[in-house]
Every structure is written in C-alpha cells, then in structure tokens.
Design a protein around this ligand. Structure first.
Ligand SMILES: Cc1cc2nc3c(=O)[nH]c(=O)nc-3n(C[C@H](O)[C@H](O)[C@H](O)COP(=O)(O)OP(=O)(O)OC[C@H]3O[C@@H](n4cnc5c(N)ncnc54)[C@H](O)[C@@H]3O)c2cc1C
Length: 406
C-alpha cells in the first residue's frame, strides 16, 4: 500500500517535471502558437522612449492584446547624452544606441514591427497609413493607436533621430569629427542642452579651442532659481567659455571657406568654424489631422491623455501638448497610458492624469561640475555630477530597450 502510493507520487513528480521541462524548452514556440486573431490590436507610432516603453508596459500587464510598433528607427537613441556624445570619445555607440527588436521577442506573435513612418491617421476609419523605406504604403487598422512620434531638432544637430538609426549614428560621427577639427565653436542657446554642450566641449577643449555661448536671454537656464543660473555661468566661465547674453543669433550661413557667419541681434557678425544651435524642437505630427493639434503642432490631449475628442487615440511623450518635452514626463505619461489602456480593455473607466510633481533639472557642465535644482532646492555640484554627470543615465538604456525595466 505504502510502496504503491510512493510509486504514484514519484510518477506524478516525473510527469510534472517532464511537462515543465518540455514547457521550458518550447516556451517560445508555444507563445508563438497563441491564437492572436481575436486579440485587440494596438498600433504604436514611434520607436523611442515613449513608444518602446509604453509597448512593453502594455504587453507585460495586459493579456489579449497585440501590438504593432511602427518606427523608422530600429534602435533607441539615448539623446539625453547628446551633449557629451557630440565630443569625440564622449560615449561609445553601444552606450547610446540600443536595438529594441531582441527585447520584444519574448512576446512572440503578440508583437510585430513595421519599419516605416506614419503618413496619415484616419480617426473615423481607425487606420494609419505607413510609408516604408522601400516606397510602399502599408495600411494598419487598429482598435487603439498610441501617438509617440516625439520631436526633431529645428536645426541640423544630432540630438534627435535623423530618420533612421544609421543616419543618426552617422550624423553624430560627422559632428564628432567637426568638433575635433574646429578651432572655434559657437553654441546657440542657454537652456540645459546649450549649457551642457558648452560644458562638455569646453571641459575637453577649453584651453585649445575658442568656445562661445550666445543666448538671447539675460541669464543661462532662465527657468531655474537665480542661484542655479549664476552657478551655471560661473562654471562655464571657469571652463573658459565666453558667454554672450541678451543677444539673438538672427541668422547663420556657411561660407565657401567652410566657416559659418552668424549675424547677431546686436548687428555684430561672428565667424566660427562650427555653429551648434541647441534651441527649438519641432513635433513630428504632420500625419495627425489639424483639428487634433495646437498652433505649434503638438497634439492636444484630454485629462486621460486621449487625443482631444477621441477615445481610442492616446498620446505619449514629446509630441503631446500636455507637458514640457522631458524624458521624466514621457515616463510618467507612458505608465499612465499603459494603465488606462488596460483599464479600458477590461471594461473599467480610464483614470485622470496629473501633471503635478516637483520641477527639476540636473545640468552637468563637463565631467566634474554641474548645477540644478529640485523645486526650490538647489542641487550641489557634486550631486549633479554623481547623479547625471558621470554617465548621463546611459546605464538605463539596456533595460528600456530589452524590457527588463518594466
Ligand atoms: C539633447 C537633449 C538632452 C535631453 N536631456 C534630458 C534630460 O536630461 N532629462 C529629461 O527629462 N529630458 C531630457 N531630454 C528630453 C527627452 O530626450 C525627450 O523628452 C524624449 O526624447 C522624448 O521621447 P519620445 O519617445 O517622446 O520622442 P523622441 O525621442 O523624439 O522619439 C520619437 C520617435 O518617433 C519616431 N518617429 C518620428 N516620426 C514618426 C512617424 N511619423 N511615424 C513613426 N515614427 C516616427 C522617431 O524616429 C523616433 O524614433 C533631452 C532632449 C534632448 C534633445
């Protein structure tokens, strides 16, 4: 009797272990065999922080949905590190570009990728037309669509996608060469990107190249407390950056010599080997119907982060009008939209988004110093250096691309 029950128990254990081993060996195939025909289709437009992170969050938390991600980029570009990446040897490519395809393999047939650019959005018909690099048009139907197409730089600087991973990487390499060769460099703009760029270049070359920062504002980092503004100015001056305040760059033109001539609002002309304008982002929203956008081209949203007047179009990241174009805001919006989609698909009401939370900025000025604030609290230089100045948060990129961060 006893030996019979031991036999039964060991047989059951053996069968269970075999089934488990079979599952482990074949789980990828089994996942692919999941029937996705009746699943809701979510189309995500944009393959950067907003699109990739929202897609992972939905696929992990909401069963019975499949996602089609559309992007001209195959890699996430860690553009937060742009100001240091523009300096030769600032960052290796692998630190700032990460492919996102491997991270989505875990979802089997619930995920597919279309390399291309959204060209038009049909709100009534629930369709997106995508142009592929081969010149074809692909029509994607959706149950819900997420607009996460971000923004691009107004001028030709490698701080945002240039239309593909290869183009962005190659443009960045070109600029690294230009920075290396230039004897004089003018940075346009005194916001955080301008201050960081001036700091990084001057940290490396302050004693061998002439570095100038021109801004039309009366201070650097105008949106920060006055003590942060003056610290930024002191730190850049210590790195030998010439700062020209209250002066706008009215126009710039490249001369036959290869140098750039800047015409300043003071009437003066400034000749430089390299001009790096850091102001101005343009939303990537040409495919969005005009009635959904504000005058600047940003997509208007309601309190749930739907595009205004819609219930199945969601908006995340820089392309949204809801908040300043910041990575931290993108993260918050991505989490919220993923949660709301889960709620709505399970028949529950969506919840409202709150834009609250302390305003903060951490602005390195080279590899040793920096300034910033959290609300009205000024961050000491060593803290900015420790938190952001050492790595520009590049250590977070792999987890975002492969999905382990969510
Ligand atoms: C130099 C620099 C430094 C920064 N530093 C900080 C910082 O320190 N802290 C912080 O909080 N924020 C920072 N930011 C802001 C932060 O980088 C952005 O908020 C973030 O990039 C927004 O991500 P996104 O996915 O919305 O847009 P993006 O990064 O702009 O990505 C949009 C993606 O959509 C794709 N796309 C474009 N058009 C289409 C289309 N029609 N169809 C399909 N895909 C399309 C693009 O190719 C791209 O892959 C910085 C920005 C810059 C430029």
């Amino acid at each position: 009797m006893v030996s019979q029950s031991v036999l039964n128990t060991s047989t059951i254990l053996l069968i269970t272990a075999s089934v488990f081993l079979y599952y482990l060996r074949n789980r990828k195939t089994l996942q692919r065999e999941i029937d996705t025909t009746n699943m809701k289709t979510i189309v995500v437009l944009g393959g950067s922080f907003a699109g990739v992170s929202t897609a992972h969050r939905i696929l992990k938390k909401t069963p019975d949905v499949k996602i089609t991600l559309v992007s001209p980029d195959t890699h996430i570009f860690w553009n937060l590190a742009g100001p240091r990446a523009i300096v030769p040897d600032g960052f290796a490519d692998e630190k700032i570009f990460a492919p996102f395809a491997p991270g989505f393999k875990q979802y089997g047939d619930r995920y597919q990728f279309v390399l291309g650019t959204a060209e038009s959005l049909d709100i009534q018909g629930k369709k997106v037309v995508v142009a592929t690099p081969a010149g074809q048009s692909v029509v994607l139907e959706y149950d819900a669509v997420i607009l996460a197409t971000g923004s691009r730089t107004a001028d030709d600087v490698p701080y945002k996608s240039k239309g593909s991973f290869e183009k962005t990487r190659d443009t960045l390499h070109e600029f690294q060469e230009k920075v290396k060769k230039a004897e004089s460099i003018v940075i346009g703009g005194g916001g955080s990107t301008g201050v960081e760029t001036a700091g990084e270049i001057a940290y490396q070359y302050g004693s061998t190249k002439k570095i100038t920062l021109v801004t039309n504002s009366p201070t650097l980092l105008t949106t920060t407390p006055p003590s942060v503004q003056s610290t930024a100015q002191k730190q850049l001056t210590a790195l030998k950056v010439d700062i020209i305040l209250k002066t706008k760059v009215d126009s710039h033109q490249v001369l036959p010599s290869g140098q750039t001539e800047l015409t300043l609002s003071s009437g003066d002309k400034l000749l430089t080997d390299l001009y790096l304008p850091t102001t101005g982002l343009v939303p990537n929203s040409s495919y969005v119907p005009d009635k959904l956008k504000n005058a600047g081209g940003y997509v208007l949203v309601d309190e749930y982060l739907h595009a205004q007047g819609t219930t199945d179009v969601w908006v995340v990241g820089d392309v949204s009008s809801v908040q300043r174009a910041q990575y931290v805001n993108t993260e918050k919006q991505a989490t919220h939209v993923a949660k709301n989609i889960g709620l709505v698909l399970s028949g529950k009401p969506a919840v409202k988004y709150s834009t609250g939370g302390g305003d903060m900025l951490a602005c390195p000025t080279g590899k040793k110093t920096g300034t910033g604030h959290f609300g009205s609290f000024k961050l000491p230089s060593f803290m900015v250096n420790m938190v952001k100045g050492k790595t520009y948060f590049t250590q977070n990129l792999p987890g975002i691309a492969n999905g382990t961060a969510f």
